[in-house]
Design a protein around this ligand. Sequence first.
Ligand code: ADP
Ligand code: ASP
Ligand code: MG
Length: 401
Amino acid sequence: MKFGGTSLADLDRIRHVAGLVKRESSRGHEVAVVVSAMAGETNKLIAWTRDLSPLHDAGEQDAVVATGEQVTAGLLAIALSANGVSARSWQGWQVPVQTNATHGAARIESIDPALLNTRFAAGEVAVITGFQGVAPGNRISTLGRGGSDTSAVAIAAAVQADRCDIYTDVDGVYTTDPRIVAKARRLERIAFEEMLEMASLGAKVLQTRSVEIAMLHGVPVRVLSTFEPDGSGTLVCDEEDIVEKKSVTGIAYSRDEAKITLHRIPDKPGVAAAIFGPLADAGVNVDMIVQNVSEDGKKTDLTFTVSRTQLHRALEAIEKAAPAIGYRDVTHDASVAKISIVGIGMRTHPGVAQIMFGTLADKGINIEVISTSEIKVSVLIAEEYVELAVRALHAAYEMDA
Ligand code: ADP
Ligand code: ASP
Ligand code: MG
């Protein structure tokens, strides 16, 4: 069972969560609980480290931000004990959850389930801090924002759990973010591949890496509401277990986008390599790319997108590589957003993208960049039209409740 920050935001909610855990354990199940920090805590902790020094050590940042989960794990263990349930808290290093050394975005490398298993056998509930682990050199590490989902699925895989239940503030995975589209519908099921795309394209209901691990290890994941825990939620499962394959299952959006355009680059072999090589070396993740055809056969423009947090770093890398690339000038725009339609049915239904382009055109929304894969189409538009675009597409694909 994993509980997010809103579900643990104060002591009353922690008591409520303890009740849900007790119910599960009294059904005769061995239970591991993974907790997030109280809502808002992680933001507060990050802000403190930045206030002191913008260029601080990433290891120390992790030492600070991992504390939010230590508090909720301890409190939930206390609430459980007070409720007559044998329980203890576990921090990442105590389990241990071993990660690599990429502080702030660490990847879990291994989890030893031995200690947890002996405690389960003794009838004890394990309350485990999400989001954190231990990196080489015995340093505390964190897994990136939303990382408790990943902790939960990875622990479920390590202890060979029958199920991983993600309890959150919505009662399942919806066709799109229910906070911006009131007519969004809850999905009974979603395929791992679709959930992976939805998550990586901006639907923060599950962290992307958690879906990857679930898919890799075949962990059945359910998304449920902490506040209406008796609903059926959404099952994230194999594609084969989904009967009705719609052309579009969901719509995701991301505001964490920035666009960079290089004007008048030479249209000759090696130029793309001269641009994207230095970006890769600088650790910048490039997402969408579009290159125009040159009118004169000599010069053209190239546009690509990066996350807003990496915009500065990307511009620095491009400016440094200017002599090798040979562009006239570079412009950027951080007020863009990406809208994506996702569905495994796209593989077999033709004309899916056309509905997207037509719908946006009808609303007068300009598409700046397009990218596609087998099961998704993404477009880059001006940020101010995000909500309008998502609502219009939701209606166009007949997903409105
Ligand atoms: P938690 O703190 O429990 O981890 P999050 O805030 O990380 O919760 O994730 C839940 C939120 O994800 C919801 O409140 C909702 O606004 C957002 N969300 C975005 N896209 C979707 C979607 N397709 N279905 C459900 N929730 C979504
Ligand atoms: N507390 C962490 C965050 O806010 C991890 C999580 O909630 O999943 O990102
Ligand atoms: Mg989350």
